[in-house]
Design a protein around this ligand. Structure first.
Ligand SMILES: C[S@@+](CC[C@H](N)C(=O)[O-])C[C@H]1O[C@@H](n2cnc3c(N)ncnc32)[C@H](O)[C@@H]1O
Length: 301
């Protein structure tokens, strides 16, 4: 049913209610927990609709042919690794695609034999449960705050921030022009333009944006997409410009893990302090707890 039919049906129902009970019904609509649950499910439903839409427009691995660095890095992983985008494919969908033979969780050790080993899956986007955890459990109330997602790719963080948070502005910065077009199209189509904006740029050109940001999200931004020397330059740029005292930085994986393979002096101690995250307090169905524990929160000192 479309929006205008739904509206007129709701009005019809209200007109049929006994006048003496109408106020009681309206109060129930405004305050009932039952509808709270419905509304919160509806937030997930919006994200699922966007995910369905994007899935139909992208190849199975949701990667672009132009992402040569990322393709190259994945082929250098110590074990065979495939990209399964967590925003587009949840566990149930992966299971059903494996059952029909479109996707595989394993690879053949001796071609033609039944000897197989599990493939490693990596995701270049947050899944919907991870987004809920991020906005409802990790970050505080974001009313009046500017959130910047560095490397916004399909836009998962921006859409998640729109439905699960009150951030006043959600800005994505993305290198790939194709992904920028895709995000802008989704933002228009789902009327999210009031709070979301996407900038086509290298984050290292965005000093003013970083200086104004209250929250910075960095989900595996550089590891697969830049050479180590470029990563060092980019981290230095982030540290020099994202400096507002008390602003929050979310990283996946931890800063330690991202920076260990690079030069240690990239991040002198004292720039940020790590804040505790309650990974156990999330009631998110069959969410992968290991994925949640990769999410780290820091505060700029
Ligand atoms: C792993 S994805 C992150 C996706 C998204 N933030 C999320 O959490 O769902 C990393 C993205 O960062 C982009 N990227 C890499 N280096 C960048 C840079 N220097 N400036 C802007 N975007 C960059 C890549 O093109 C890629 O789409």
């Amino acid at each position: 049913m479309d929006l205008s039919s739904a509206r007129s049906e709701v009005k019809q129902i209200l007109l049929r209610v006994r006048p003496a009970e109408l106020q009681e019904l309206l109060k129930w609509i405004r305050t009932s927990d039952e509808l709270d649950d419905f509304l919160s499910d509806n937030k997930t439903k919006i994200l699922q609709n966007i995910s369905d839409d994007l899935r139909a427009r992208l190849p199975l691995d949701a990667m672009l042919a132009s992402e040569t660095a990322a393709h190259g890095k994945m082929s250098q992983c110590s074990r065979p690794t495939v990209h399964v985008d967590g925003f587009l494919y949840d566990e149930d969908l992966v299971d059903s695609l494996c059952e029909e033979g479109t996707m595989s969780r394993s690879y053949c050790l001796n071609c033609g034999s039944t000897r197989t080993a599990p493939l490693d899956f990596i995701s270049h986007s947050f899944s919907i449960p991870e987004l809920r955890f991020l906005f409802e459990n990790v970050l505080p109330d974001l009313s009046g705050r500017l959130l910047v997602d560095v490397g916004s790719r399909l836009g998962a963080v921006l859409y998640g921030g729109h439905v699960f948070s009150s951030a006043s502005q959600l800005v994505g910065v993305e290198l790939s022009e194709e992904f920028v077009k895709l995000q802008r199209d989704i933002i228009q189509r789902y009327t999210l333009t009031d709070r979301i904006q996407v900038i086509h740029s290298d984050v290292c050109q965005q000093n003013v944006l970083l200086q104004n940001a209250d929250v910075l999200i960095m989900n595996n931004v550089f590891e697969f997409f830049m050479e180590p020397s470029q990563q060092v330059t980019a981290w230095r740029f982030i540290r020099e410009n994202f400096r507002k005292k008390g602003s929050l930085l979310v990283t996946v994986p931890s800063l330690q893990e991202s920076l260990n393979p690079l030069q240690q002096e990239v991040l002198p101690l004292g720039w940020v302090e790590e804040l505790p995250v309650d990974y156990d307090g999330f009631v998110g169905g069959d969410t992968d707890t290991d994925a949640l524990t990769q999410i780290h929160l820091y505060r700029v000192m």
